[in-house]
Design a protein around this ligand. Structure first.
Ligand code: SF4
Ligand code: SF4
Length: 164
C-alpha cells in the first residue's frame, strides 16, 4: 500500500474541518498563479500516489455520464444507447445522469477501468486539480479530500506555503 494513501486514511476525518477553512482562504488566491502551483503539485503527487492502489473514486463516487459519453461507451460495448442507459445509468438527486451503481460496474478487481479508453469525461477530469480546473472547482476540493488521497496531499502541500 502506498504510504501517502495510508497517511490519508489515518488523517482525512480529523482534517475535514481544517480543509473546509483552508478552501475558504484559498478563495482570495484564485487565479493563474494558484492554478499553475496546483498543476505542479498534482504532477508531483501522482508520482507518489498510484491510483491502482486506491480506486476510491471509482468505488465511491458515481461519475456523471453525459449523452456523448453514453453513446461512446455504448458503441464500445456494442450496445444500443438506450440499452446502455437502461442497464448502467440513473438520474441522481441533483438531476444528473450518473452510473447507477457504486462501486462502478466497470471497475475490475485489479482496480483497472474496463472501459478506460472511452471512460466518461468526469472520470478523465477527476480530481480537478490541474491548471485548467483547480480554481474553477475550488468548492469541490475539501469534499474530495475525503475521497481522494491525492487531493488531500495537494492541500497539505499548499498549506505549507499558504498557512491556514
Ligand atoms: S468508468 Fe472507469 S474510471 Fe469511471 S468510475 Fe467507472 S471504473 Fe472508474
Ligand atoms: S481517489 Fe484519487 S488517488 Fe484514488 S484512484 Fe481516484 S484519483 Fe486516484
Amino acid at each position: 500500500m502506498n504510504n501517502l494513501i495510508e497517511v490519508w486514511r489515518k488523517k482525512k476525518t480529523a482534517y475535514k474541518k481544517q480543509n473546509k477553512k483552508f478552501i475558504r482562504q484559498l478563495q482570495a488566491h484564485k487565479g493563474k498563479r494558484l492554478d499553475t502551483y496546483a498543476d505542479k503539485l498534482t504532477e508531483d503527487t501522482f508520482k507518489k500516489v498510484d491510483c491502482l492502489n486506491c480506486a476510491n473514486c471509482c468505488s465511491s463516487i458515481p461519475p456523471i455520464v453525459n449523452k456523448t459519453d453514453a453513446n461512446r461507451i455504448a458503441k464500445h460495448l456494442k450496445m444500443k444507447p438506450a440499452e446502455f442507459e437502461e442497464k448502467y445509468l440513473r438520474v441522481d438527486e441533483d438531476g444528473d445522469t450518473v452510473i447507477n451503481k457504486s462501486p462502478c460496474p466497470f471497475l475490475a478487481e485489479d482496480n483497472y477501468c474496463q472501459i478506460y479508453e472511452v471512460r466518461p469525461k468526469a472520470c478523465r477530469e477527476y480530481p480537478h486539480t490541474d491548471a485548467q480546473q483547480f480554481s474553477d472547482n475550488l468548492h469541490l476540493h475539501a469534499p474530495n479530500a475525503q475521497y481522494c488521497p491525492a487531493v488531500f496531499h495537494i492541500l497539505e502541500e499548499m498549506k505549507k506555503h499558504i498557512p491556514v
